[in-house]
Design a protein around this ligand. Structure first.
Ligand SMILES: [Zn+2]
Length: 627
């Protein structure tokens, strides 16, 4: 795995180094098409007759090329598409028209293309599907390999480029990008506006992002703002009021923030993830709007990506744990600072182990346990198939373990900043991470070298290394769990409720940990017992989806019919896969709701994000997974 090139790109990125990209984008809601012209500057690094770029279901119209050293004029270049695969195809551009190339020469390439219907990167929404029901909406999701369906590019995390963009769209709509807006926009043509954006920091293709809709913003201080539809702006302003202080805690851990502004967009319910770390414009799920600021850890996670992921980026999706494991690790450190309790990290790590176990089980079920290695082999695989909590949780566990080996949080703190500083300009792979770690801690080199690294990186299943997760908060939760498990009579249930009169006031994190553990036990709950639990945690009325999901799943598992309606309601309104998929699976596994789950999915599919829809189709056995 040492010097392996990215197996998930068709591009010959080591022959042609991208320097910069300019895009002219026209957003056409009527035809649901993005018309995109790109102008890319490359430096020739190896002489090859053809430039290969990634594309997927794209209509490429024209390609022009120029070598400024030998000519002022662009010439039209011949191009062809190589064989189509389930992860796209190479656009193969013949460079012979510009004469023999030389190493280090500049090559300019202009491509005019259009997106097609049903590409995974794009979510087009009719105005009726939005909160205000007045204007249509569009957003992109390019991670992992979907940027190639927007425009031809070197779609690998290991290649970064700065970009500028001019976006033309109809008047009355606002546009945001993973870039900083330049000015107020200018009127062009009939009822059209053009907005200019600039991303000066080099970013990989998967961080390209655009969203258009009836968007308004609320400013928090001088460098942060939330964008969203007007109907939920006040809720967002309240929920994320701590953004500046979270950003400052992150800076104290990782070093100065290097992207000027931190703005974020709260999307419609169809958004498939909790968050996506698009630079200068994080995308967030509205499921975080609980009204009690209890889910800001997702915001802390996305902020952290400003260093780990966006500044320090992996060479390929095989090393994705370096993005997500690090980010999870620092997210918990931020949360511990906010809670003023260092042991909170162990509690959070323990709590998330359930999601890791769920993922491990799912890969077993799909008969793909090899994808649960920390560094999986993704040759001839779709990186999307490997996406799960594994790189997050196994990665976070490994870093926590390493922290304990080198002397604990104090010894580890300066290393985090050094790691970011060292790798911010070079794509990183696991081997380089390990070499740097050992070099940074010379006094610990022996103990570090003695670890079973091969096994740590390549073994499927549970983490090879772990730390003792014993901590007071987990123990407090365990007691409640144990008592609920043992309770078997109506008197026991009443006693449970009487014994914890203040449980309603416990933090949401604690309640989520308790419910998650109870769910994991897969008990069959008698209806009266389930009702008592529901009352004790006020689950029927909670809008915290982290609580609703395990509660609904426990009910469905136990054959409790009153759980079916809330389950159907959840899958109809929530596109975030962390909740949507397990609830669909539970609906499917419960015989009396199976057909309704399928019917609901089929009627909702057209409104769902293509990413979620694809996965749910597999979960409901309506589609077999791609090999
Ligand atoms: Zn992340």
């Amino acid at each position: 795995m040492d010097d392996k090139p990215d197996p998930n790109t068709f591009s010959n990125y080591s022959a042609f180094n991208i320097r910069s990209l300019h895009l002219d984008i026209e957003v056409c809601f009527d035809s649901k098409i993005l018309k995109i012209s790109t102008e890319t500057k490359f430096t020739v690094k190896q002489i090859e007759p053809k430039l290969l770029l990634d594309t997927e279901k794209l209509n490429t119209r024209t390609v022009h090329i120029k070598v400024p050293e030998s000519s002022d004029e662009y010439v039209e270049a011949a191009f062809e598409l190589q064989t189509e695969t389930s992860v796209g195809q190479a656009l193969c551009i013949d460079l012979s028209k510009v004469g023999p190339l030389k190493v280090d020469q500049e090559l300019l390439v202009k491509i005019v293309s259009e997106t097609t219907a049903d590409v995974t990167a794009l979510q087009w929404m009719e105005k009726e599907e939005t909160s205000g029901k007045e204007k249509p909406y569009l957003y992109t999701q390019c991670q992992s390999r979907f940027c190639r369906s927007l425009f031809p590019c070197q779609d690998t995390p290991g290649v970064k480029f700065p970009y500028t963009a001019n976006v033309t769209l109809e008047k009355g709509l606002a546009v945001v990008m993973s870039a900083i807006i330049d000015g107020e926009g200018t009127a062009t043509g009939e009822n059209k506006m053009c907005y200019k954006f600039s991303q000066k920091q080099p970013i990989p293709a998967y961080l390209f992002a655009i969203a258009v809709g009836n968007l308004v913003k609320h400013e928090f201080g001088h460098r942060c703002a939330v964008w969203t539809e007007p109907e939920i702006l006040d809720k967002c302003a309240y929920e994320f009021a701590d953004v500046e202080s979270i950003l400052q805690i992150a800076e104290s851990i990782c070093g100065p923030y290097q992207w000027t502004r931190y703005d974020f967009l709260v999307l419609p319910m169809t958004f498939p993830y909790g968050g996506m770390e698009n630079p200068n414009m994080t995308f967030l799920s509205p499921t975080l709007l609980t009204g009690d600021r209890s889910m800001v850890s997702v915001l802390a996670h996305e902020i952290t990506h400003s260093w780990t992921g966006n500044l320090v980026t992996t060479v390929s999706w095989e090393h994705f744990w370096l993005n997500e494991g690090w980010t999870r690790f620092i997210e918990d450190k931020i949360k511990a600072v906010m809670e003023k309790d260092e042991t909170y990290r162990k509690f959070l790590l323990n709590k998330e182990q359930k999601h890791l176990n769920d993922s491990l089980e799912e890969f077993e079920r799909l008969q793909k346990p090899e994808l649960t290695a920390l560094v999986p082999n993704l040759t001839n695989r779709d990186p999307e198939d490997a996406f799960s909590t594994v790189p997050y949780e196994k990665g976070c566990m490994l870093l926590t373990y390493v922290e304990s080996l080198v002397g604990g949080p104090e010894a580890f703190a300066p290393y985090i900043k050094n790691y970011v500083e060292t790798f911010k300009d070079t794509p990183i792979r696991t081997k380089a991470w390990l070499e740097h770690l050992i070099k940074y801690f010379p006094a610990k080199a022996d103990i570090l070298k003695a670890q079973p690294w091969d096994q740590i990186f390549t073994s499927p299943g549970k983490s090879v290394v772990s730390i003792d997760l014993d901590n007071p908060l987990t123990n407090k939760c365990k007691k409640v769990v144990q008592k609920w498990i043992e309770a078997s009579t109506a008197e026991d249930y009443d006693r449970m409720v009487a014994e914890y009169p203040d449980l309603k006031t416990w933090s949401q994190d604690l309640k989520i940990a308790i419910l998650g553990t109870l769910r994991e036990h897969e008990l069959i709950w008698p209806e009266d017992k389930f009702e008592k639990l529901t009352g004790q945690f006020e689950l029927r009325d909670t809008n915290n989806i982290e609580l609703r999901t395990p509660w609904i799943r426990m009910g469905l598992k136990s054959g409790i019919d009153s759980s079916i309606e809330p389950a159907l309601e959840l899958v109809k309104t929530c596109g975030r896969m962390k909740f949507l998929r397990p609830v669909y699976v539970s609906l499917y596994e419960n015989e009396s709701s199976r057909q309704r789950a399928i019917d609901t999915f089929l009627s909702m599919k057209q409104y769902m994000s293509p990413i979620s829809a694809d996965w749910v189709a597999i979960d409901l056995k309506l589609k077999s997974e791609q090999a």
